[in-house]
Design a protein around this ligand. Structure first.
Ligand code: GCV
Length: 669
């Protein structure tokens, strides 16, 4: 199957930008990742210079040259040695350029950064360039299953598996190059929902093939992780229990992990979804989440392995009549009391919000709560609830808002970025993870424009100070032909797309209202009388969930001033109003509009914005490759149909509930 090279499709640069040194790369470092760095230099610069480039031996180097080297003296502000090793620098020295990493992995990052800057004609502006990544761990989570399907995948089938076999081909190599080029340094190769067959990934049935992946990843400085089934000792070891304190269970895991490391010495560790949505976990045995996590972490520790434990633990069998139980509270309620009880090689992986990757949610209060526990934030690049790569929704602005949220955990300035980068509490096992949006579609991401989210996640994890616009512009210019005209259309389109999606879907932070079987398209009451804890509580007077002290008490999980800010309808940020309050339709917002009028206006506006994006996109015909043009055009047609359906269902639903008409007399059914 064909596949594109996305942002690694280097284009020849103009003659006047070709410096003499570019033709003379000298690799002064050795080791497998340093060799990859040399290869990537030759591939990228060869394509940009329009001729084959080969590495020179030091002796033939001469000058001018580009030197690729490893030197522990690269400056860094990292407090911790493991992170410091990821620092790199790019400098001019006369007519020479030196790309220097503190480690081979850092050198590889330096080469990718250099190639990007050359392609974007940024060297003059950016050099000298010194970089220590913000996030120590930058992880991609695949929800690929071994039958070849992808849970919540919208870009075709898995390119890792089919029919319970593991592929290894050119596409796998292209994939790893793409990941390394944006700074990813950890990949989880299977779904957190570990089914029967995938449970065997940690056995000899598959380990040999997994090792091929691990070896490939390692050449690009990426560690391979796998999800495991907490009940594996029962399924694979025939033990009667998987109780984390049972000596036989502990011994079984110790042996199993030992064998995994015998086969794959550079194995990264495990990611575990336990006690969640039907997955087994320690609660069955009256044990805590810390008991479960530590048991696995101790099996991994002798080999330097890491145990990632998800905090997505909640009651998915709630009675909708129950107004006190609140799914939003669940992660904090389960984990806050365990702060300080997790081993050093455990990282809690926490979804960005308290619910589940909605278009708008508050930031999970755990980031402001836990102080003695390693944390990673989990984003979802796959657009499960944000348009499924049919609708355009550029997520970088959302993630930036989340990372810059001030938790006030240690006073003002304790942003989520500070916490998950490990800087707040001098932690080293920290970072960001994201559910990836790739599949075997030719363009990898279903919608070509969804590639911006994939690219942007990596760039943001390396450097959260980049603006969403800078990232969009970089991606656009690397992915499409370099042109101000194309960027002039695509970048604003990306930048406005989250707001547009929010406009026509569920209003002001309430979330959900999607069709339950697919999570795409509107179904206002689809989840309302169900067991998932995802309610909007609309009645004839108003809409929203009361999460104040008088309601579910969720606001109390935040530090001040957020607790008070959220608790008060007048100070609560309006984009989250319905998340925190049950609000009358006649409530007047800061714009002077009533809530119901706001709902009508945003839903009409959302559709108009999609129509405008369509017009803008059509203006690019002939200016970008036809395949991409047609793909996105077709997606916009489907997006428009979806937006119209959302607009009409939402507006009609609330009109019928409250009987208040649209001030502007537009069509409501
Ligand atoms: C992988 C949501 C999704 C599930 C997903 C789960 C999770 O519930 O709909 O498909 O399971 O989140 O994050 O574990």
């Amino acid at each position: 199957m064909q596949y594109t090279k996305c942002w690694l499709d280097w284009k020849e640069i103009p003659e006047e930008q070709k410096r003499e040194c570019y033709y003379r790369p000298v690799l002064l470092a050795c080791g497998p990742v340093a060799e990859t760095a040399g290869e990537e230099y030759c591939i990228s610069m060869g394509e940009m210079l329009g001729q084959e480039i080969t590495l020179l031996e030091k002796a033939d180097g001469g000058s001018p040259a580009v030197f690729l080297e490893v030197d522990a003296a690269v400056e860094t502000d990292a407090g911790d040695e493991a992170l410091a090793r990821q620092a790199f620098a790019i400098r001019e020295e006369g007519d020479d350029i030196r790309i220097t990493g503190r480690s081979e992995e850092a050198l590889l990052q330096g080469v990718f950064a250099f190639a990007r800057m050359v392609s974007l004609a940024q060297l003059d502006e950016k050099l000298p360039f010194v970089c220590t990544p913000s996030m120590p761990l930058r992880m991609m989570d695949h929800w690929d299953d071994m039958d070849g399907s992808i849970e919540r995948g919208y870009s075709g089938r898995s390119f890792f598996y089919d029919n319970y076999e593991i592929f290894y081909n050119e596409r796998t190599e292209m994939y790893v190059r793409l990941m390394a080029s944006i700074g990813v340094n950890a990949i989880v190769i299977n779904n957190v929902n570990v089914h029967e067959n995938e449970t065997y990934l940690i056995t000899d049935r598959y380990l040999g093939q997994v090792k091929k992946y691990a070896d490939l990843f390692a050449r690009y400085g990426i560690r391979l992780f796998m999800c495991v089934n907490f009940a594996a000792p029962m399924q694979l070891g025939n033990l009667p229990v998987s109780d984390p304190l049972d000596p036989d269970v502990i011994a079984w895991w110790n042996e199993t992990v030992k064998h995994v490391y015998e086969v794959i010495p550079q194995f990264g560790g495990f990611l575990v979804k336990a006690d969640s949505e039907g997955r087994p976990g320690p609660i069955t045995y009256g044990r805590t989440q810390a008991d479960g996590a530590n048991m696995l972490a101790r099996a991994l520790a002798p080999y330097g392995g890491i145990l990632l434990w998800r905090c997505f633990v909640y009651n998915c069998r709630q009675d909708w009549r129950d107004y006190k139980t609140d799914r939003a509270r669940a992660a904090y309620d389960h984990f806050m009391g365990l702060d300080g009880e997790f081993d050093d090689n455990v990282i809690l992986q926490i979804k960005n919000g308290p619910m589940d990757f909605q278009v708008r949610e508050p930031v999970s209060p755990l980031f402001g709560g836990l102080k003695k526990t390693n944390m990673m934030i989990e984003f979802q690049i796959a657009q499960e609830y944000t348009g499924q790569q049919i609708d355009l929704c550029y997520l970088i602005p959302m993630w930036k808002e989340i990372l810059s949220f001030d938790t006030y955990a240690c006073g003002e300035g304790t942003t989520v970025e500070e916490v998950v980068s490990g800087r707040s509490y001098a932690q080293t096992n920290c970072g960001v993870a994201a559910v990836i949006n790739t599949g075997d579609d030719e363009n990898w991401t279903g919608n070509d424009l969804a590639g911006a989210n994939l690219y942007g996640f990596g760039r943001l994890a390396m450097d959260p100070s980049l603006t969403a616009e800078e990232i969009a512009s970089e991606w656009c210019r690397l992915n499409f032909p370099q042109s101000d005209e194309v960027a002039g259309v695509v970048v604003p389109m990306l930048m406005g797309s989250w707001a547009t999606y929010e406009n026509y879907s569920s209003p002001l932070g309430i979330g959900w209202m999607v069709y339950p079987p697919t999570h795409y398209g509107p179904d206002v009451d689809g989840f309302e009388y169900d067991r998932w804890g995802t309610y909007h509580r609309s009645d004839l007077h108003g809409i929203g969930v009361d999460r104040t002290e008088a309601g579910t008490g969720y606001v109390n999980q935040y530090n001040e001033p957020w607790r008070s800010v959220y608790a008060n309808m007048e100070t609560c940020p309006e984009e989250l109003l319905l998340f925190f309050h049950h609000v009358p339709y006649t409530y007047v917002l800061k714009t002077g509009k009533t809530l119901i009028q706001h709902i009508y206006d945003t839903h009409f506006a959302g559709v108009e914005e999609v129509e405008e994006m369509q017009r803008q996109w059509d203006s690019l015909e002939g200016k970008i490759p036809d395949r991409a043009f047609r793909c996105v055009k077709e997606r916009f047609e489907r997006q428009l149909a979806n937006a119209v359906e959302w607009r009409d269902r939402i507006n009609t639903y609330f009109y019928r509930k409250c009987g208040i008409g649209d001030e502007k007399g537009r069509k409501i059914y």
